[in-house]
Design a protein around this ligand. Sequence first.
Ligand SMILES: Cc1ncc(COP(=O)(O)O)c(C=O)c1O
Length: 452
Amino acid sequence: MTDSLQTVPDHTSVGVPRAGTLDAQWMPFTANRAFKLAPRMLVAAKDMHYTDADGRQVLDGTAGLWCVNAGHCRKPITEAIAEQAAVLDYAPGFQMGHPLSFALAERLADMLPDGLDRIFFVNSGSEAVDTALKMALAYHRARGEPSRVSFIGRERGYHGVGFGGISVGGIQNNRQAFAAQLLPHIGHLPHTHDLEHNAYTHGQPAWGAHLADGLQRMVAENGADTIAAVIIEPVAGSTGVLIPPAGYLERLRAICDEHGILLIFDEVITGFGRLGAPFAADRFGVTPDVMTVAKGLTNGAVPMGAVFARRGIYDAVLGATERGIEFFHGYTYSGHPLACAAALATLDLYREEALFDRAAELAPYWEDAVHSLRGLPHIIDLRAIGLVAGIELEGRDVIGARGFDVFLDCFEQGVLTRVAADTVALSPPLIIDREQVDRLFDALTRAIRRVA
Ligand SMILES: Cc1ncc(COP(=O)(O)O)c(C=O)c1O
């Protein structure tokens, strides 16, 4: 299942930066001042563990940032990257090509839900989202409906940090500082999280499918001919693991079909086995028109994202231009050779080790472990699906303070977790075993008991 243990280099001897020498880097989504006073540095990783700057082993309960689905520093992936770097380090992707990106697109088309088989490469989830939104506009324009310019997102949605992503996203903190310059013509559906109806649900909540009807109301108010696309995460991850109510995605799909609106699934987190199926679309049996992915595509080893589109979207956009470039969009590093090599090796590894099936088999054990926390202090909800968990704690004086204390306590115990406000979000590599699941939840139990 995993490669033999690597030798961990002694990074302290080559100078891991310590407090006081950290000022130059402006860190992303981090409390910079607090971090730099008490840094938490990771210097190596193998399979299920990080090594921190003090040489401690840290069990990875979050697959990095939801991306290292096959575990860390897997040999087939690191070797593929190294070999590719020595053969073709970079090739321009505009009006030029290289074989690996075409091979990767074919591989992905083969594993995608039926109908999604046109693939555009990008470098991140944020770029995938902006690309998907542009595709939707280009598609409607090509079909002769240029009035369809509105996008509908959802409250508590996270779609990265581009201006497109924060506009359709529904996280107040990510929007507020930039509010004056968000995209126009944006609506938001209500989110589906309701403790009164859904707390401690096993699997998909029974309550909440009717919330999809918010889309029907928006159509009635604004006219279907103004709406280009709806974008949602099938399972919202970054805002605390929100599982779609039974029938909700189906209802959204039906309303979109009825009104010619494109449905975009942002599968940046749910893609590549996280839910015990290749994609959430497979897991829930609902196929979108466009899908965005990143993270698990390369096992996090090289930045890469992709947008999967229905063939009809590609055909319409290409058909609208007689000659020359059809879609004025792309990135210097779209389909980068190292990313393609990493992705192909990653897909091989997922298949050879049947990691998506493994996640499905372990999911009931995982779900039991999550629900075993019921009754601990401060817990107000527990949610699990595939190898994802949301452990929601009651907020304290400042939103997120209690959750962050739990995260710190776990890290002190050698376990990496992640918090979204006061919800602990877990998403381990799919190679995690039962003993490691137990260790993760034992640490969490101790932390939750200790934290005020
Ligand atoms: C659903 C979703 N979309 C988009 C993104 C943005 O991806 P990136 O950070 O690679 O830009 C994320 C990141 O977590 C995500 O969870």
